[in-house]
Write a protein that binds this ligand. Structure first.
Ligand code: ZN
Length: 336
């Protein structure tokens, strides 16, 4: 999974750099490549105009993985790259009654003591992302990934399309750049889920082709071995033939793996930013010796409490664990 995300990030990074005037040479089978960037792009990314580009964290060039600075820096390139629309909903009804019971009903906090402090009217930017996702391989898979998220908590939400919401009117374009690290990870996770059947079908086909190939070449070796061996010369001939067949088989297997290599691409195509009223519910979280205030949101459009996002993997959940720094964790990351 993380390898697939790294691959997607690489493809995303290369196409982003290219669309920002860069020349990138990074063959799929190499761990690093080379980029020549226009000076303003290099300045924004805080790297030389001629730079090595790599997925390895230890490297000194432009490093592209989830842990690197690259994703934070490309936010500076991003707004020019996808079209963004800004909308605003001025007023919506906000729940007035006490939130203790709704929070207790919606959420589970298995490893912390959580108390509702209070609730207050707030405004939240909800982001509606549209990504073009594709995987090139022996066949091509393409899809458009849409998802909505609360920009404060990072939680992914099921929300109605804001473009058909009559309360939402166009507003001044937001100059702030969206936080891309989490967004990319979330888009990659959605794309991975959606393409699962396609990837599985390809893997099955590759396995089948591999089996056929191996049995064909093994039959060739067996055939050769069937000939009567009359002396050392024959034996040598047989060895040579077996070696030739094995080399040919290796070459064919490499070709096959090449043909079935997944080349994923994830490209942001549009962002709708909706500034809407929301009710912020303040929680006090206590775990071991640590204590912290965190906010959750009651969504004024769906009239329901929103889940929280895991600080590690960005998955959202109503069963929220906390680490010793009171960072949110999903059940899976809490176990790891
Ligand atoms: Zn998680």
């Amino acid at each position: 999974m993380s390898q697939a995300i790294d691959q997607r990030l690489k493809t995303f990074a290369v196409s982003l750099l290219e669309r920002n005037g860069g020349l990138v040479e990074w063959p799929a089978y190499l761990k690093s490549g080379f980029a020549v960037l226009p000076s303003h792009t290099a300045q924004l990314l805080e790297c030389p105009e001629n730079t090595e580009i790599t997925g390895e964290s230890v490297h000194s060039g432009l490093t592209i993985n989830l842990a690197s600075m690259f994703l934070q820096r490309i936010e500076r390139l991003f707004p020019t790259d996808a079209s963004a629309i800004s909308l605003k909903i001025d007023t919506l009804y906000l729940k007035k009654s006490a939130m203790d019971e709704p929070v207790a009903r919606a959420f589970g906090f298995p490893n912390a003591r959580v108390k509702v402090i209070g609730a207050s009217a707030d405004r939240v930017e909800y982001q509606f992302w549209h990504f073009a996702a594709a995987i090139e391989s022996d066949e091509k898979w393409e899809d458009v990934i849409n998802f909505a998220r609360n920009s404060r908590t990072g939680a992914m939400l099921e929300l109605p399309d804001p473009l058909s919401n009559y309360d939402a009117h166009p507003s001044r374009p937001d100059a702030t750049t969206p936080e891309m690290t989490r967004v990319m990870a979330q888009a990659a996770a959605v794309a991975a889920r959606r393409s699962q059947a396609f990837v599985q079908r390809l893997e099955e086909r590759m396995d089948r082709d591999l089996k056929r190939l191996k049995s064909y070449y093994h039959a060739l070796v067996d055939d050769a071995a069937d000939h009567k061996i009359r002396g050392a010369a024959d034996l040598e001939k047989l060895d040579a033939r077996t070696r030739a067949v094995e080399l040919e088989l290796e070459r064919k297997i490499d070709e096959l793996r090449d043909r079935y290599t997944l080349r994923p691409e994830l490209r942001p195509i549009a962002l709708v930013r909706l500034d809407a009223p929301a009710l912020r519910v303040e929680l006090n979280v206590q775990r071991r010796n640590a204590e912290k205030r965190i906010g959750i949101y009651w969504n004024a459009i769906t009239k329901a409490l929103e889940p929280l996002a895991c600080s590690k993997c960005a998955a959202d959940s109503f069963t929220v664990h906390f680490d010793d720094q009171i960072q949110t964790l999903c059940a899976q990351c809490a176990q790891a």
